[in-house]
Design a binder for this molecule. Structure first.
Ligand code: GTP
Length: 359
């Protein structure tokens, strides 16, 4: 029996996704459309590809959306079960809470918002070879301060776990995917909120448990912020980020067959246009993520921004590094720049928000 058959996958999808608001007011972060599919579909396809067949989704916020979409998982060649937390139990509590559903000796836990091409079989092999209690996928990043910094010794054994510190000792960070020996999960306190990063890993190190790191140089991005979501989506469209769902379809843009693109509209930089969206003549979209039913009027410019379901960008408006909520209406010639977030249903009148003094 391959080790994958003795391994359950658990995907943590119960977070509120506050950093991606207002888009996450209506949809949980792992279900946001990403290169034409809910983000989680890409991850589940990777899991299926690895040979793991049993997946438990650890849900809380907007839990029903997952089951409605994925059902029993058979369409993906998986068996998916759901465990719901009335009160969010945190990343560690979410893992502990699914224990009754686990069948195998090993449990591979995934954050539901990480885009990566890591080799899951190689991670499992490291876990087995090292006879580890826990094996963490680690990646090297340019600025590790926003993540959990995880130094390892010459054998790959983890020596410390420092969550979001100003002065990280290494550029190796926690990539949000771990293999646990099942018994280790039994040690996590039940029925209360527990953070795997702040509580479980430090406690394991304190009792000298065998915690190892598996480092690779594959593509990796945490999709938790608008900036990263936009980058990750564009990377998927352009073939920079891997996904088993997108083989052979990569290019400068990805347009749903049911979207309307007027002549002279320019779609570049990994732009994705969802079903029923309409892009007007001469509009320029560079790295834009256009959800279903959104409208970009003639001559508007949208760069590195997310346009929520059914939102509208008026003629000659400029939207750059911004997030437009579902059903929001941005008037003609408005200018929304870096960090702007327009809440769902809000209407900005024509010319109502400007960064320049031209009339
Ligand atoms: P922010 O509010 O923007 O930080 O997003 P988040 O709520 O998703 O938190 P974070 O990105 O730190 O979460 C990492 C992963 O764990 C995501 O896939 C979340 O869905 C998941 N997660 C976070 N908190 C919980 C929880 O309390 N229960 C469960 N089951 N999953 C959680």
């Amino acid at each position: 029996m391959g080790i994958e058959m003795n391994t359950d996958a658990v995907v943590l999808v119960g977070g509120k996704g506050t950093r991606l608001r207002p888009l996450t007011l209506s949809a949980p972060k792992p279900m946001l459309p990403t290169a034409g599919q809910p983000f989680l579909s890409h991850l589940l396809a990777r899991i299926a590809e690895s040979g793991i067949t049993h997946v438990v989704l650890s849900t809380s916020f907007k839990a029903e959306v997952f089951e409605e979409y994925f059902g029993d998982g058979s369409k993906l060649g998986l068996e998916i079960e759901y465990v719901f937390e009335e009160e969010p139990l945190g990343t560690g509590g979410g893992i502990r809470n699914v224990l009754p559903k686990l069948r195998g000796e090993n449990v591979m836990v995934f954050n539901g918002d990480v885009l990566t091409g890591s080799d899951l079989s190689a991670l499992l092999d490291t876990h087995t070879e090292k006879e580890a209690d826990v094996t963490l996928h680690l990646v090297r990043v340019g600025d590790p301060r926003a993540y959990g910094s995880v130094p390892t010794d010459a054998e790959g054994r983890v020596t410390a776990f420092l969550e979001k510190t100003q002065d990280p000792p290494t550029d190796q960070i926690n990539a949000g995917c771990y293999v646990f020996r099942r018994e280790v999960i039994e040690e996590i306190p039940a029925n209360r909120a527990v953070s795997v990063e702040r509580e479980v890993f430090p406690a394991l190190l304190a009792r000298d448990a065998r915690v190892y790191g598996y480092v690779d140089t594959t593509y990796w991005r945490d999709m938790g912020t608008p900036e990263d979501f936009v980058r990750g989506s564009a990377d998927l469209v352009r073939g920079i980020a891997p996904s088993p769902l997108l083989e052979g379809e990569r290019g400068e843009s990805l347009v749903h067959p049911g979207a309307g693109i007027a002549p002279g509209a320019l779609l570049i930089g990994g732009t994705v246009v969802g079903r029923g969206a309409e892009i007007g003549a001469g509009a320029r979209l560079d790295g834009a993520v256009v959800f279903e039913g959104a409208v970009v009027e003639a001559g508007a410019v949208v760069e590195r921004s997310i346009l929520g379901f059914g939102s509208r960008i008026g003629p000659r408006a400029l939207v750059r590094d911004a997030v437009i909520g579902d059903g929001a209406d941005v008037g003609a010639r408005c200018e929304l720049l870096r960090g702007a977030r327009v809440w769902p249903g809000v209407t900005l009148p024509d010319g109502g928000v400007r960064f320049s003094t031209d009339v």
